[in-house]
Design a binder for this molecule. Structure first.
Ligand SMILES: Cc1cc2nc3c(=O)[nH]c(=O)nc-3n(C[C@H](O)[C@H](O)[C@H](O)COP(=O)(O)O)c2cc1C
Length: 323
């Protein structure tokens, strides 16, 4: 499970950096994978309001957001937005990233697409400010709430510290470590308690991403769903994302992953092989299934999609019956 931190302060070793690092370290100690996007060091251009995302659900601006951050946000199950208060809002650097996430807003509200992880992903806000006023975090929290809604990571909690100004102030705070531990524990415990289900194929470009998306949509609260290929392709096969979009499911930012990448999330409880080569793989401690598809089920792509949806429904029904 990926916990993604968006570090919005231009100070490399300042208070926000300290707070987010403590949050991600607490998540890693509990078994989560973690990543940080330091927005001040990344190539992030502001939104130019070209309108392409509203029509087609993509952003034509080529930078680190389109190259990497969109995919990380979709992969993450916890997104922590971390920013100091600058003039009662978030920093300009992180606001630029937030605005570029209009892509997710458009895919969700204009194009009617649903992210398979939308039921489980959670958002969290970490912030610091120098003064102590009652309204110090209101502007930042209002923007953050709408951003987190757009990326399907509803605000689950926040840690906000007043009177924090000089770079070492946060580290000197008496109770921050305990407060971070408690917040991370309650946020992650239900997500880490899920069993892991891995769909394994050849290229992870066609069958396994479709199966994983159906399983994620139906049962992400009970299963951490992963997909991988023995020889991962560079991208999903043409037409796969469009076929899933016909079902209202958004896998537009998915990319094929290797088995090693999937196993970094932890040992799977169940491995579903989607071709004969994958069926030969044995992972210690996992239960293995092989879903052999009839030739008629695999052509055209929409028939394969519907066959996989039926298999996933059947699998989840069986598993729910056993619980
Ligand atoms: C441009 C700028 C604007 C700021 N605006 C506010 C503000 O409106 N309210 C406040 O309490 N602190 C404000 N601060 C102070 C920072 O929030 C504070 O120093 C914080 O600890 C910096 O966190 P960092 O070390 O993570 O960058 C501002 C600082 C800067 C540089």
């Amino acid at each position: 499970m990926l916990v993604l931190g968006l570090q919005g302060s231009p100070r490399r070793k300042g208070n926000t950096h300290f707070l987010l690092s403590a949050f991600l370290e607490a998540a890693a100690r509990r078994g989560a994978l973690t990543r940080t996007v330091s927005v001040n060091e990344a190539d992030i251009q502001p939104c130019r309001e070209l309108g392409v995302c509203e029509r087609r659900g993509i952003c034509p601006i080529r930078d680190d957001v389109s190259r990497e951050v969109y995919g990380l946000i979709r992969e993450a199950e916890v997104v922590a937005l971390a920013s100091p208060v600058f003039f009662y809002g978030m920093t300009a650097q992180i606001k630029a990233l937030v605005d570029r996430c209009q892509v997710f807003w458009a895919r969700k509200y204009r194009l009617g697409l649903a992210d398979p992880r939308r039921t489980t992903r959670r958002g969290f806000v970490l912030s610091v400010g120098a003064t102590r006023g009652k309204n110090l975090f209101e502007g930042l929290l209002l923007s953050a709430r709408y951003f987190l809604d757009a990326i399907d990571a509803p605000l689950a909690g926040s840690l906000l510290y007043r009177g924090i100004e000089a770079p070492g102030d946060m580290a000197r705070h008496g109770s921050v470590r305990e407060e971070v531990e408690a917040a991370v524990e309650s946020l992650l415990a239900p997500l880490l308690a899920r069993k892991r289900l891995l769909f394994l194929g050849g290229e992870n470009g066609r069958r396994s991403p479709m199966a994983a998306a159906f399983a994620g949509r139906r049962a992400a609260d009970a299963w951490q769903v992963l997909a991988a290929g023995l020889r991962p392709a560079a991208a999903l096969q043409p037409g796969v994302a469009e076929a899933m979009a016909e079902k209202g499911i958004d896998i537009g930012f998915e990319r094929p992953r290797s088995l090693e990448e999937a196993l970094a999330h932890g040992r799977p409880d169940v491995v579903v092989a989607l071709d004969a080569e994958a069926a030969a793989v044995r992972l210690e401690g996992a239960r293995h299934e092989f879903w052999e598809l009839a030739p008629a089920e695999t052509e055209p792509l929409t028939r394969l999609r519907d066959a996989l949806e039926a298999r996933v429904d059947d699998f989840l029904g069986r598993e729910a019956g056993q619980r």
